[in-house]
Design a protein around this ligand. Structure first.
Ligand SMILES: *[C@@H]1O[C@H](CO)[C@@H](O)[C@H](O)[C@H]1NC(C)=O
Ligand SMILES: *[C@@H]1O[C@H](CO)[C@@H](O)[C@H](O)[C@H]1NC(C)=O
Ligand SMILES: *[C@@H]1O[C@H](CO)[C@@H](O)[C@H](O)[C@H]1NC(C)=O
Ligand SMILES: *[C@@H]1O[C@H](CO)[C@@H](O)[C@H](O)[C@H]1NC(C)=O
Ligand SMILES: *[C@@H]1O[C@H](CO)[C@@H](O)[C@H](O)[C@H]1NC(C)=O
Ligand SMILES: *[C@@H]1O[C@H](CO)[C@@H](O)[C@H](O)[C@H]1NC(C)=O
Ligand SMILES: *[C@@H]1O[C@H](CO)[C@@H](O)[C@H](O)[C@H]1NC(C)=O
Ligand SMILES: *[C@@H]1O[C@H](CO)[C@@H](O)[C@H](O)[C@H]1NC(C)=O
Length: 553
């Protein structure tokens, strides 16, 4: 027994030790190893298994929480000369140290998306809420201590064409607020960026939008999910890579392929790899991340995991490993290099045919503001009302009173002071406006959906918040007040949590990253990658969802 307990103590000790690897740092448009100034080119692999058998978007498999699987996969990743894994969703309640340390010991860094299928910015109804901010910061808290964590993505393909460019201000606010959080917490300066699709109408504006403005608001790096080079009949010039390289030659922040590997025709021979790591591209690009390690229904895998849990490599794997073995990108050393691209791009106007995203960003989500507001109300939603039934109430009340205090518009840049609060808090705010407008007791009933509350004497720190927000909630709040997200929808509410957890299915709108380029031969119509931008709480779609991916046939 004594022996066993010593072993487990040792195991516990080893699992908390953190592998010491040099951080990757950014200077200008390049990444560098901090120890010796060697330029870092990503030879990355997207590493996340889909939940093919998911019955709800609420759960997913975490690629960094299963040490046996990480050990199983390591030799294959090393055959691909992998130095970076992209993970799309981690479960913050699980332990990641064994996998991250194992990979770090082998020179493999991590770049992690901050969202997850059930908690991401929804391109169709974009918002940047306390709940999302809480998810993002919880991932940061979990991963920041590992020096091999190279960076975070604040969104993946959220805006995906010219119909939803108004979603980008919410993503940019997520970048702003997570960067400020990392700084406030005194964490090391882990960069935060964005991963975009490659829609030809919007890609130029997106690059401008995310790289423009002051360094507090701008992305630290920029990833493009790139599927333009298909097969072997195209080359650097005709694939579109030459044009894209030209477009980014003066970019002020690092840019790389956050996914690549067009899968038509099959098998993939990865004829683009020699160009990506050649001097045609290395001055502008920092390499790329192949989509993806695991073979799934979308046919983008490099390996199959067999029923006995062993790894079987596919032809794509063989082609890719020999391609990568034959490239050696030559970069610059940070000690002898000064960024030459110093002219930042201008933010695009929000009035263009293909761009409607305002440069005015939504406010910083703050639970304290929501708590102040909620505590001041005399009429609130009854806790027995299901969140699915809120919409009917919103529709009616918002036809009777102005809902500008709780809505957010990424085109006009008008954001209600309470637009980041929970659905229950927002509904209560407008029910109360209605009640105050009508002025009689029955106006706070809605067939039992609303109930009277005693507006509590609010904390003194709330008075400035409430007066800045104004009665209708359209003012800008600058007063400082704190409050932490509890997962409950309402301050002081009892009963069931009405946050969106549990019923918000990962129903991605499943685009086929179409229009990656104009010509048909470059079309990546079969590209179905992981994207959370279209997450919607529509349970009926769940059956067709595979980890946030709807297969479009
Ligand atoms: C710099 O350090 C990194 C990380 O240890 C290493 O991979 C790389 O080879 C080093 N560069 C040189 C030129 O030795
Ligand atoms: C998913 O379901 C299929 C078919 O029912 C089954 O073969 C497979 O083993 C399941 N996968 C997992 C990860 O449970
Ligand atoms: C995270 O892991 C916990 C513990 O295994 C599990 O109960 C929960 O469902 C997981 N969450 C997600 C979103 O997969
Ligand atoms: C990049 O800068 C160079 C030198 O200033 C200039 O000639 C070139 O046109 C710029 N390229 C782009 C795409 O803006
Ligand atoms: C680099 O670009 C030149 C000019 O377009 C082209 O001839 C050459 O094949 C390219 N090399 C690679 C490896 O892409
Ligand atoms: C934002 O405001 C514009 C201009 O008033 C309007 O056309 C658009 O529909 C609004 N968007 C949303 C999501 O309400
Ligand atoms: C609220 O409405 C319900 C149904 O219309 C009614 O039965 C109930 O008496 C009302 N409650 C109050 C407090 O007016
Ligand atoms: C834009 O993207 C949305 C979401 O993926 C999709 O439903 C819509 O059809 C697309 N519209 C165009 C014009 O491509």
């Amino acid at each position: 027994m004594r022996f066993l307990s010593t072993v487990s103590t040792l195991a516990a000790l080893t699992s908390v030790a953190i592998a010491a690897v040099p951080e990757i740092v950014i200077d200008g448009n390049k990444f560098f190893y901090s120890n010796n100034g060697t330029q870092f080119f990503m030879k990355g692999v997207a590493y996340q298994q889909e939940l093919t058998n998911a019955t709800s978007g609420a759960t997913f498999s975490d690629p960094l929480a299963d040490p046996e699987a990480c050990k199983r996969d390591l030799p294959y990743l090393l055959q691909l000369e992998t130095n970076l894994l992209r993970v799309y969703a981690i479960n913050t309640t699980l332990d990641h140290s064994d996998c991250i340390n194992l990979f770090a010991d082998n020179g493999i860094y991590i770049i992690a998306d901050l969202s997850e299928p059930g908690l991401s910015i929804n391109r169709d109804e974009p918002s940047w809420t306390v709940e999302l901010f809480n998810r993002y910061t919880t991932v940061i808290d979990e991963l920041q201590g590992f020096p091999s964590v190279l960076g975070f993505f604040a969104g993946n393909e959220v805006t995906n064409n010219n119909t939803n460019t108004d979603a980008s201000p919410f993503v940019k606010a997520a970048i702003r607020d997570t960067k400020a959080y990392i700084k406030d917490k005194g964490y090391r300066a882990i960069p935060v960026g964005y991963s975009t699709n490659d829609d030809e109408d919007t890609r130029g504006y997106l690059a401008d939008y995310f790289s423009c403005d002051n360094s507090e608001n701008a992305a630290d790096f920029y990833g493009i999910n790139m599927y333009e080079w298909c097969g072997t009949t195209v080359n650097f010039q005709t694939s579109g890579y030459a044009d894209r390289t030209k477009e980014f030659e003066n970019f002020t922040i690092p840019v790389f392929f956050s996914e690549y590997g067009c899968n038509v025709p099959q098998p993939r021979t990865f004829a683009d790899v020699p160009s990506l790591y050649s001097s045609n591209m290395t001055d502008t690009w920092s390499g790329g991340i192949v989509y993806m390690y695991f073979e799934e229904a979308n046919n983008y895998g490099l390996v199959t995991i067999q029923a006995d849990n062993s790894v079987s490599t596919l032809r794509d794997f063989t082609y890719l490993s020999s391609r990568l073995a034959n490239v050696s990108p030559s970069g610059v050393n940070s000690n002898s290099w000064k960024p030459s691209n110093t002219v930042q791009r201008a933010c695009p106007a929000s009035t263009l045919a293909d761009w409607k995203g305002s440069s005015d960003l939504p406010p910083v989500p703050n639970q304290g503001v929501c708590n102040c507001m909620f505590a001041s109300l005399s009429c609130i939603v009854d806790t027995g009302v299901n969140e699915e039934d809120y919409q009917t109430l919103f529709d009616y009340v918002c036809s009777q009173v102005s809902c500008d205090g709780i809505t957010a518009n990424g085109t006009t840049g008008s954001y209600g002071a309470y637009s980041f609060c929970s659905p229950a808090e927002k509904l209560s705010f407008v029910l109360n406006l209605y009640y105050k407008k009508i002025g009689s007791r029955d106006a706070c009933n809605f067939s039992g959906s609303a109930k009277l509350a005693s507006a509590s004497s609010t904390a003194s720190s709330c008075s400035a918040v409430l007066s800045q927000a104004g009665k209708d909630g359209t003012g800008a709040v600058s007063a400082s007040v704190t409050g932490s997200f509890t997962g409950n929808a309402e301050a002081g509410a009892t009963g069931k949590a009405t946050g969106s957890s549990g019923n918000s299915a990962a129903a991605s709108s499943g685009s086929t990253s179409s229009a990656t380029s104009s010509s048909a031969d470059k079309s990546a119509a079969s590209h179905i990658s992981i994207e959370f931008g279209g997450v919607k709480a529509i349970t009926a779609l769940v059956a067709s969802v595979i980890f946030g991916v709807v297969l479009v046939l």
